[in-house]
Design a protein around this ligand. Structure first.
Ligand code: ADP
Ligand code: MG
Length: 301
């Protein structure tokens, strides 16, 4: 019994194609991938072969040319042999990594954050359930085209996994194509002070204030100057509230304690009204959830 490849060779021979083209086609049929394709598609009849001989020729040509990042593949669709061009796996992986980098920006954060995993977060500690459920609540209801969904304000002791959870949520969002900026707020604040001299403060605020998702990590870890509180934090939060942009926070303080903390500036002045104005925005932007559990920093995991 003749196999398809043999049949194809016969078809080519019967045609009045010019010598050179015939040779090229004969060669194409000998191609290993073509042979394999035909062998794995026994439903292809010689009629189709006859009609679609060009596709086979194109396939072999394209293979030899190595089109940057794309791989030709023969497919059988609607009773026809077609060539489809697919990005090769390496290119896909590279593009994915690139897109991830562009979508997930961090300022002054540790570099191992992309290891964080939401399912891992939920394992073990029961004190984490509330925060985990709130994270799921956000992820399932977030839709920038629709109503505003408040982010999370993660309150909890040192080492319970607040930053880890923020990073895990960020990863999920980025994988859904949402851009996230995760900022270590105390370090950012110091940077901003240093930017006064080179007049780049406004640029830096611009850079972070309108990312779709902003996460301010470790807010309240240092005492803030009135300037950082009102002109940096206040301005960013005011903008996000107006624009209804989801914002996350993590803090060792509860919201109530953060308010007390913000009410005293670095020089020890009491400024309760200023603190209340900031907290009004925080309340609008995020929902408080307490993260309980053990300090993970001294464990081997
Ligand atoms: P916090 O921000 O609350 O102070 P971190 O998020 O920095 O705490 O977590 C403390 C340490 O525990 C970090 O080294 C973090 O990577 C690790 N960690 C937290 N949660 C998990 C988890 N579910 N799986 C593995 N490591 C975790
Ligand atoms: Mg932290």
């Amino acid at each position: 019994m003749k196999n398809l490849a043999q049949e194809m060779a016969d078809i080519i021979a019967q045609h009045q194609w010019n010598q050179k083209y015939q040779e090229l086609l004969q060669e194409a049929v000998q191609d290993e991938d073509v042979q394999q394709f035909l062998a794995s598609h026994p439903q292809i009849k010689s009629v189709a072969l006859q009609q679609d001989v060009d596709a086979i020729y194109e396939f072999v040509q394209a293979k030899s040319k190595s089109l940057a990042g794309y791989q030709p593949r023969l497919i059988w669709q609607n009773q026809h042999i077609l060539v489809s061009y697919e990005p090769d796996q390496q290119l896909i992986a590279h593009k994915k990594a690139q897109a991830f980098k562009n979508k997930f920006q961090t300022i002054d954060m540790a570099s191992d954050l992309d290891q964080a995993d939401l399912d891992d977060f939920a394992q073990g500690d029961t004190g984490r359930q509330a925060a985990y459920l709130q994270a799921l609540r956000f992820l399932t209801s977030y839709n920038p085209q629709q109503n505003f969904v408040p982010g999370l304000y993660l309150a909890g002791d040192f080492g319970v996994g607040k930053t880890y959870l923020l990073a895990a949520i960020a990863k999920k969002l980025v994988s859904q194509n949402t851009a996230v900026m995760l900022v270590h707020f105390p370090t950012f604040a110091v940077q901003m002070k240093n930017s006064i001299n080179d007049h780049s403060v406004m640029d830096k605020i611009e850079q972070i204030k309108d990312v779709p998702i902003l996460m301010l990590d470790d807010i309240g870890a240092d005492s803030l100057s009135s300037w950082v509180r009102d002109e940096i934090l206040g301005v960013i939060l005011q903008y996000r509230m107006q624009e209804k942009l989801a914002t996350f926070f993590s803090s060792n303080f509860s919201m109530a304690d953060l308010q007390k903390h913000l009410a005293v500036n670095q020089r020890g002045d009491q400024e309760p009204i200023k603190a209340a104005r900031i907290m009004e925005r925080v309340h609008f932007l995020a929902q408080e959830v307490v993260v309980l559990g053990t300090n993970r920093r001294h464990q081997n995991h």
